[in-house]
Design a binder for this molecule. Structure first.
Ligand SMILES: [Zn+2]
Length: 515
């Protein structure tokens, strides 16, 4: 009987739950302190030992302190303060929980030669300011990676203040405030890690660095320029994890996928991808390249810059300083007789004409062009001096695209359409029950959107179109009409996504206003 009582006590579910919670809190705090850049090497051992045994006690003390501080500051009751403080603590733990920890706690910044930020910016010295700056830089970069931002913009404003913004899903939003005393030093630390000259503040400079995070490496491109109130930095984040894997991932429907794959399987020809800046052309291009077997076909890309590493392909980066332009790189790779050539962007006549000629001499060419629509692309090529005949014989497929933001699945809610609005949908045989509106939650940084998806308009250059092009029947006037047609095509695609609850009606409207 007595033995039974002991085992009952040992395996009491409450006790086990308590032990698990205790253990979890210990491990959580050990991890938080281990990666905290503000705690020095020798202190670290002792904080670890303390946390390993007494983390929950330390947490309780910190919690009590926070509650009373809140009571004193806001005059709320102890119970109210306890509830809000507890909620805040739970959110913090959720954000940085074991295993999922990113942010400043476990990020290592390295310059192009592999030196850490502490080595190049003096964080190892006894200078507390340098240490604090390094910690802020690490937190800034860590937050950007965690939010899947594509750019960080640091602009000087008046009175020595700085304006820091992240671009997430194509939309800029302000980053939390950073102590204005430290901003100048922050810019210097990022310039140092990017291999730039810190003392040069006016002349534009380029640099790069990488960040090691728990699930891989992220590359950063940095550009600096002196402007009115100081120096601005634009940081481009090249996150390998953001690369979509397949054509359906980027938003292609079955029919478009089939047509694109058909062209990708050809020995020669040319596919042109069009859209304004920020319409996701390069992302689609990478998705197309992923369809290709690099072991049986020799693939060479020319990019500005190389955004994702494609194992098995040869990637060349344009570098005007070293006199490597799209046209020059293209000429030199044609001598290596590749099967597939990917031209990051056609900007000039030479690149356009070499690309089109290559497509007729046994190469498959994939290229992007900055233009507003399929027919506008053809007009643009003519403007660049390409003869209609060369265009007609070289091109196989022209695709235009735009991006729409996807609603956050965690917080979107069904749209309440008013009577006439609802009627309009029902008349088109669309049931508007699955149309959603954005709300905003902590998973989408209160924007209501998470991620983006592309909509496409494709133009297959068949014999009929070829005739039209070679007879010179593609004109600016014709293009305006086609332009409207294309806009409605893109809008139709976007509307399909809205009816499926993937995007919102606001985003559908935006498609027509872009470029
Ligand atoms: Zn959300």
């Amino acid at each position: 009987m007595k033995l039974l009582a002991v085992t009952e006590l040992l395996f009491s579910p409450f006790k086990i739950a308590f032990l698990i919670l205790w253990f979890y809190l210990c491990m959580y705090l050990v991890q938080r302190f281990e990666f905290n850049p503000l705690i020095g090497g020798r202190l670290k051992v002792w904080t670890n030992v303390l946390m390993l045994f007494a983390a929950p006690v330390v947490l309780l003390l910190a919690f009590t302190y926070a509650v009373f501080k809140k009571v004193e500051e806001t005059g709320a009751s102890v119970a109210e303060a306890a509830v809000t403080t507890f909620g805040h603590a739970i959110r913090t733990i959720k954000r940085t929980a074991l295993g999922g920890a990113r942010g400043s706690s476990s990020i290592i910044l390295l310059d192009p030669s592999g030196k850490s930020i502490n080595e190049v910016y003096g964080g190892q010295s006894k200078d507390d300011n340098a240490k604090k700056t390094v910690a802020v830089a690490e937190r800034l970069i860590g937050d950007a990676v965690e939010l899947l931002a594509s750019d960080i913009l640091i602009n000087p404003a008046e009175n020595l203040e700085y304006d820091i913004r992240f671009r997430v899903d194509g939309v800029l939003s302000p980053y939390r405030e950073i102590d204005s005393n430290i901003c100048g030093a922050l810019v210097n630390s990022i310039k140092a890690i990017s291999g730039m000259d810190i003392s040069e503040k006016r002349r534009p400079q380029d640099g790069a660095f990488v960040a090691k995070v728990p699930d891989g490496t992220v590359s950063f491109r940095v550009a600096s320029a002196g402007i009115l109130h100081g120096e601005k930095l634009s940081i481009r984040i090249l996150n390998q994890k953001l690369a979509p894997q397949t054509l359906p991932d980027v938003g292609m429907d079955e029919r478009t996928c089939r047509i694109v794959r058909d062209v990708l399987n050809r020995e020669s020809g040319m596919m042109l991808l069009c859209g304004p800046t920020g319409s996701g052309k390069s992302t689609t291009l990478y998705a197309m390249l992923r369809e290709i077997d690099f072991y049986t076909r020799n693939v060479i890309t020319i990019e500005d810059p190389v955004e994702y590493v494609l194992t098995g392909a040869s990637q060349i980066e344009v570098n005007p300083k070293a006199d490597i332009t799209f046209a020059k790189a293209l000429r030199s790779i044609l001598r290596q007789d590749p099967d597939i050539i990917c031209v990051g962007e056609i900007r000039d006549e030479e690149t356009a004409s070499i690309s089109l000629k290559a497509s007729q001499t046994g190469h498959l060419v994939l290229a992007t062009l900055h233009s507003s629509s399929n027919s506008a692309s053809l007009v643009r090529l003519m403007d660049l001096g390409i003869s209609p005949l060369l265009m007609a014989s070289g091109l196989d497929l022209v695709i235009s695209q735009r991006l729409v933001r996807k609603l956050c699945n965690n917080c979107k809610k069904v749209a309440r359409l008013d009577g006439p609005h609802k009627q309009a949908f029902l008349q088109k045989n669309i049931d508007p029950v699955s149309i959603y509106v954005p709300v905003g939650c902590n998973k989408c940084s209160d924007t209501g959107y998470k991620g983006r998806i592309a909509v496409f308009d494709i133009m297959v250059i068949d014999n009929e179109v070829k005739n039209k092009i070679s007879e010179g029947k593609i004109t600016i006037a014709g293009s305006t009409k086609d332009d409207q047609q294309m806009r409605s095509n893109l809008q139709k695609q976007a509307m399909k996504l809205a009816v499926a609850g993937i995007t919102s009606l606001d985003e559908v409207k935006k498609v027509t206003s872009q470029g």
